[in-house]
Design a protein around this ligand. Sequence first.
Ligand code: 1CP
Length: 342
Amino acid sequence: MSKLLLQAIDCKSTARRPVWIMRQAGRYLPEYRELRRRYSFKELASSADLATEITLLPCQRFPLDAAIVFADIMSPLPALGVEFEFDPGPVVANPIRDQAGVDALHDVDPETIAPEVMTALKQTRAELPDETALLGFCGAPWTLAAYLVEGRGVKDFPTLRAFAAAEPAALDALLARLADLMVHYLLNQARAGADAVQIFDSWAGLLSLADWERLIRPHLQALLEAVGNAGIPRILFLQNAPHLVEAYADLPAEVLAVDWRVDLAAVQGRFQDRRAVQGNIDPAILLGGAAPTRAAVTELLQRVDALGHIVNLGHGILPDTPLESVEALIETVHNESELSRP
Ligand code: 1CP
């Protein structure tokens, strides 16, 4: 049983490059939009059966090399006693603004973290073809803290940055709690059938390199080390943080995934030990249809060496993306050997 994605994670040579799409189970799919007419996002994500159905949707429509379990980065946080809604992104009922807010978080029994996600993973694995990898995921501690402190996603997260400056000890305690929870969460996901996990650090780039090193890095590194010690392959994704790419490249992860602002070939070139890379088509290009998508993918395939390259977008697929663009993306990857023929 050879999963292309896992071979690429190991930097082994593959018959072709594997491809999957961040947020592939989302609103660009007519079947998902149909379900959303009947259920809220929270209802979909909290039902293991619906989450399983949605996880499988993109794989039934397209020959993708991985499924990613349908959940949100917020899904494990009820275990800490955090309450939130979606509108459409996470909105936290009582944002954390001081040490007392951190102290009020509940102690966690690892068995109680997001049981619906574990059931969805088990059910999805039973349905997926053997050659399709199953991915688990979590938010990085800092990206989760962004929602917990700011209360919701806002441009540049000013309340979070103020908190980092004014309450570094409380931030440190919060990141430690989150990193610990994520280790248990990811270990449980691997036990439930995830072949590898992606850690989404979508808001990695909000602080300077020096502040990132001092405040954030120790917790992200501890999380990655614990997951690596358990033998679980790690894909580390950072978004909108070009000034941190070199620092993230030094963290322990099998795969570094970057957004479209970053030169993926240069990242690959930096790795003396040939670690794998993932990305990084600009999701906006797909809005223009099949022809610009094909052109962008062809260029990516020419610039980035196939060994240890997992093709993906540089961030989540946008809701208005035409299905033809997704087809064009996957087809171009599948036809790569023909591209290079004279
Ligand atoms: O209206 C809807 O249908 C809800 C939209 C939605 C969806 C489909 C949200 C709310 N979350 C999700 C699912 C989700 N979120 C997945 C499942 C897999 C898949 O779609 O294929 C994953 C991996 C995520 C991860 C996620 N959620 C991230 C990290 C990745 C990224 O895009 O940077 C982040 C930052 C979130 C927060 C979040 N949840 C939802 C939204 C719309 C957002 C982002 C916007 C905001 O900050 O307000």
